[in-house]
Design a protein around this ligand. Structure first.
Ligand code: NIG
Ligand code: FE
Length: 416
């Protein structure tokens, strides 16, 4: 196949390329030393050892990786990054003995962010969300899932999803509808009516407007019961949407089992998942999305049972959960460090968790590895070895990030 050198870019002189492509070398991490990647437009054309570089790519414009580590762009598959206001006071109140649940009962928590988001102008919400995406990109994250859920009325939920569409950022945004985040106060005595509103009004409008093709539910005491969650997710599936669940975060409700029953893309959190739930997830191929930053930031010590999940055969993804209440960070590489220290995950499990498995948790098959035909999203790290990223906790940074074939220099605000 002939390619036009003017449109082809060659990333050469890569010390180690972690392709995460199981087809490479029969090794799931697909490590290729002294390698190169050729890209054209948004797509990857070729990856392999530099010495086998096909002739037609030799004249291409080159980006010199200077012997560094190259990996797929990181994928954060669980965030709530579009919101107004701050909940810094709650972070400190918890250190004085309050809990997430007691703060919510007093009118704080999600309800407080809903009010602040309502009050904020579109411009303010877009500006703060863009800054968060800039920070994500500066950590090598090239795809970011973002949930609604700080609206809780048809109008406000649709507003959030429409704003997400307007973000236009080099980090690719994948919107998820989370109208069932909590039952708003006005409906506390008529919960069924809110569930009906989500099923019969919000979901059809989200679907009609093509604002999201994924529906999430917070299945938890104080949020939605298993039966309510099942009703909402079933309505979403009837519209052809994919589903996922905030499952067993603060208590064991049986949400992991529900995720398997619903053929969900993922069950997220899982700190209190039962053994039966874990087995059901493994059998149903449900990805377990673990959010160690939320455990850390809530001041808790109960991390999700990552080893149990992995040993049972569940594919595990790791995410920041970026949100104002339980995890105010965009630092996905830091979550990789927590995955090593607190979740006892191996290096290979950790890299899979922020690339291929995170793509699966979003139902995306066009990214997550460095392979011919996939999106040209990858990171040239300021590191030479895959171990250095989790090892350099809180401080691992890319030297260059390429998203959809475009080069962005760190810091992210220099993106072209
Ligand atoms: O993933 N658990 C529910 N949702 C978020 C928290 C949202 C908030 O407190 O604002 C989470 O932890
Ligand atoms: Fe969440």
């Amino acid at each position: 196949m002939k390619s036009n050198p003017a449109t082809t870019i060659l990333v050469g002189n890569i010390g180690q390329c972690l392709t995460l492509d199981s087809a490479q070398n029969g090794n799931p991490l697909g490590l290729i030393s002294n390698s190169a990647v050729a890209i054209a437009g948004e797509k990857i054309l070729w990856v392999g050892p530099e010495k086998s570089l096909p002739k037609e790519y030799r004249e291409a414009r080159t980006i010199d990786a200077e012997g560094a580590l190259v990996t797929p762009g990181l994928i954060d598959c669980h965030t709530h990054l579009l919101f107004g206001g701050s909940r810094a006071d709650e972070f400190f109140a918890r250190l004085q003995g309050e809990t997430y649940e007691s703060i919510a009962k007093k009118g704080g928590g999600i309800q407080k962010t809903v009010a602040a988001t309502e009050k904020a102008t579109d411009r303010e919400l877009l500006d703060t969300a863009r800054k968060r995406l800039d920070r994500f990109l500066s950590y090598g994250v090239t795809t970011v899932e973002v949930k609604s859920g700080y609206g809780l009325s048809t109008e406000s939920e649709l507003r959030i999803l429409r704003l997400l569409r307007k973000l236009e950022h080099p980090a690719n945004v994948i919107p998820t509808f989370l109208g069932a985040h909590i039952v708003p106060n006005a409906y506390s005595k008529k919960r069924g009516e809110y569930v009906r509103l989500v099923c019969e009004e919000m979901l059809p409008k989200v679907n009609e407007g093509k604002l999201s093709n994924i529906c999430d539910v917070f299945c938890e005491e104080g949020a939605f019961t298993v039966d309510e969650s099942r009703a909402i997710l079933s309505a979403a599936k009837e519209l052809g949407m994919k589903v996922k669940i905030h499952a067993d975060q603060l208590s064991c409700t049986g949400a992991a089992e529900l995720a398997a029953e619903m053929n969900a893309l993922s069950a997220d959190h899982l700190e209190h998942a039962s053994d039966a739930g874990i087995r059901a997830m493994a059998k149903g191929g449900v990805v377990g999305v673990l959010l160690p930053g939320a455990v850390f930031s809530l001041g808790k010590r109960t991390y999700p049972p990552a080893r149990k999940l992995l040993d049972a055969g569940v594919s595990v993804a790791i995410s920041t959960d970026c949100n104002p209440g339980t995890s105010n960070t965009e630092n996905l590489p830091l979550m990789m460090s927590l995955a090593a220290v607190e979740l006892r995950m191996t290096l290979g499990e950790i890299w899979l968790a922020v690339t291929r498995n995170a793509a699966r948790a979003l139902g995306l098959s066009d990214r997550g590895s460095i392979r011919k035909g996939l999106r040209a999203d990858f990171v040239i790290w300021d590191a030479v070895d895959a171990m250095e990223v989790p090892y350099r906790y809180g401080a691992a940074r890319p030297r260059t990030t390429i998203t959809g074939g475009n080069k962005c220099q760190a810091p992210a605000d220099n993106c072209t």
